[in-house]
Design a protein around this ligand. Sequence first.
Ligand code: COA
Length: 280
Amino acid sequence: MNPPESDVIKVDLHPISEDDDIGFFACMTIDRPDKLNALNAEVMASLKAVCAWMESSDGVRVLVVTGAAPKAPLEGKRAKPHAFVAGADITEFAGAGSGVIREKFRDNAVEALWNLSKPTIAMVDGFALGGGCEVACSCDVRIASNRSTFGTPEINLGLIPGYGATQRLERLVGYGKAHEMIMTGDMVPADEAQRIGLVNHVVSPEELEDTVFAMARRIGSKSSHALRVGKQTVRAALDEGLTDGVELEAVAFANLFDSEDKEIGVQAFLNRETARWKHR
Ligand code: COA
């Protein structure tokens, strides 16, 4: 049950409910604040390990992904800015050829995050650039502080996004805005990110954790079976045509009528009780 920890990723467990033993949500913090939490090889390996642990830990129901806040600056030094993740670690790109990068980006941790069957929420406070924007896009929900900034600045390095933004960002904001972001590399402030559908909610930095944790608890209190089927079925909309997707939803919906949780949920509603799910 203990989460994997490393020098660059911390995982804290929080109870879903104070008065009911229904498991935990995990808050995973990418912890390289001096480098704006940039994704180096160690972070990617640790992120993958956390995803594997999440998938195999029955009692852990929701994953929150965030970046560490800046440390207090050394005397006479400038404070580092707040960051979710400021992208792939650019120092690892210097001198690298396609063979190295193909290997590094194949079967990567951002895909592991995307492929988690459990709900995921990105808690963004600060820069979410390049791979950081892509980590956020690989979560199911994004909640940001109003001082956050999103962007895909790879074009300024003579590159394009490599952790799925051409696909997942495009699905969130549409191809016109995705083209603009990828072609200009311009930063998108949080309020605009919300307007274009890139983030679900924008709140003050002081409200961010409470808002995200409250949603993690709300989602974590639902039937994990229904959540998994819901996530799979919404994801199908990205791959299937509309007609096939609606057909798939009809099958998934009908199948849920054979689940114990459906009867538990319906009876709880009829009896004005709180559902006590079989699949917690
Ligand atoms: N990879 C490696 N290191 C990074 C990084 C990245 N993606 N982003 C920031 N850093 C490091 C900086 O090199 C700096 O390290 P140092 O203090 O040891 O010199 C530290 O993080 C702080 O960043 P700094 O650039 O000094 O902060 P700033 O407030 O002046 O600017 C940004 C902030 C986000 C605008 C700027 O850091 C930036 O443009 N980062 C790169 C973003 C990017 O291109 N991401 C996509 C990569 S594919």
